[in-house]
Write a protein that binds this ligand. Structure first.
Ligand SMILES: Nc1ncnc2c1ncn2[C@@H]1O[C@H](COP(=O)(O)OP(=O)(O)OP(=O)(O)O)[C@@H](O)[C@H]1O
Ligand SMILES: [Mg+2]
Length: 283
């Protein structure tokens, strides 16, 4: 991975997505699961946020609510400081222009029968580029591919299954580069690729944020990755945020016992992360 990067302070910048008492309950009676339990958050424009927690802590459930794929049981989500209204189909489609997601398995997000150039072309059309010249569209697709270190000329006429997992995830980032949403939600995007591809993909996500100013919400169980990549972290345990704040402050000076445990579970601490100085005594 590259040298330790500079983190920015977004706390006084414009708000992008916020939550007040956001809760999700599945099932009824004895089968009831409170997957997300009264969480508050403020994500700012251009901020790189990580939500960190173990399996079952509620990360994906929260991200589905942020995406508007499932309803909030209680509490509310605010978009740019105002209560989010995605009640009608038209409003939902409008909202989805501003928020995109990439998931753990990039193959699940692609139609296997669509060639890669048509996937990229769709992104240009969605962004209102239908009327552009063929040359201009090729130029845009070439630029998006080179942003993620892929060669457009080698991808035309290929199908998704002809690419590796790492290449596919990079193609997902090329799509986001073309779609330019305000918010990107990345749910464990690197858990299926090898360590080398993982570092490349993380650096590409950082470049994407720097180049476009989009807000990136990165979901992971790996606090080491969160420390490397984020400005701000939210630590999630059993559906609640046990602690949140600037990545340096939370991870180098953890207060919650759960955060300390997540840090001590990181198998091998990378030297540049220098977590060796963290006081892991639980209170
Ligand atoms: N559709 C559903 N119906 C009932 N329970 C659900 C549903 N989706 C999630 N849950 C429950 O909610 C809790 C949180 O699940 P969630 O998938 O949000 O966790 P996660 O943090 O994303 O875990 P992982 O790291 O394994 O992806 C779990 O107990 C899960 O069983
Ligand atoms: Mg999940």
């Amino acid at each position: 991975m590259s040298e330790k990067r500079e983190r920015k302070d977004f706390s006084n910048g414009p708000l992008c997505l916020s939550g007040r008492g956001v809760t999700k309950v599945f099932g009824l009676g004895e089968k009831k699961t409170v997957a997300v339990d009264h969480v508050d958050f403020d994500f700012h424009e251009g901020e790189f946020v990580s939500i960190v927690g173990e399996s079952g802590s509620g990360k994906t459930t929260l991200s589905k609510m942020l995406l508007g794929l499932i309803n909030v049981s209680e509490g509310e989500i605010l978009f740019q400081g105002k209560p989010r209204d995605i009640g009608s189909g038209r409003k939902k489609r409008e909202y989805w222009k501003g928020i995109q997601a990439i998931f753990q398995d990039p193959f699940s997000s692609f139609n296997v029968f669509h060639k890669i150039d048509s996937v990229l072309l769709d992104c240009i059309n969605i962004r209102g580029g239908r009327g552009l010249s063929k040359e201009k569209k090729i130029e845009m697709m070439t630029e998006a591919c080179s942003f993620v270190n892929l060669k457009f000329a080698e991808l035309t006429n290929k199908y998704p299954f002809e690419l590796s997992g790492g290449q596919m995830q990079r193609l997902m980032i090329a799509r986001i580069f073309l779609l330019r949403p305000k918010i990107l939600l990345a749910d464990e995007p690197t858990s299926m690729v090898d360590a080398c591809s993982r570092a490349t993909i993380l650096d590409m996500l950082l470049d994407l944020r720097d180049e476009t100013g989009m807000t990136i919400i990165f979901i992971t169980h790996d606090i080491g990755l969160a420390y490397y990549i984020s400005d701000t972290v939210y630590i999630m345990e059993h559906g609640r945020f046990v602690e949140s704040g600037k990545a340096d402050e939370v991870i180098l000076n953890p207060k919650a016992a759960y955060t300390k445990r997540l840090i001590s579970d990181v198998p091998k601490i990378h030297e540049e992360w220098d977590l060796s100085t963290v006081d892991l005594k639980t209170e």
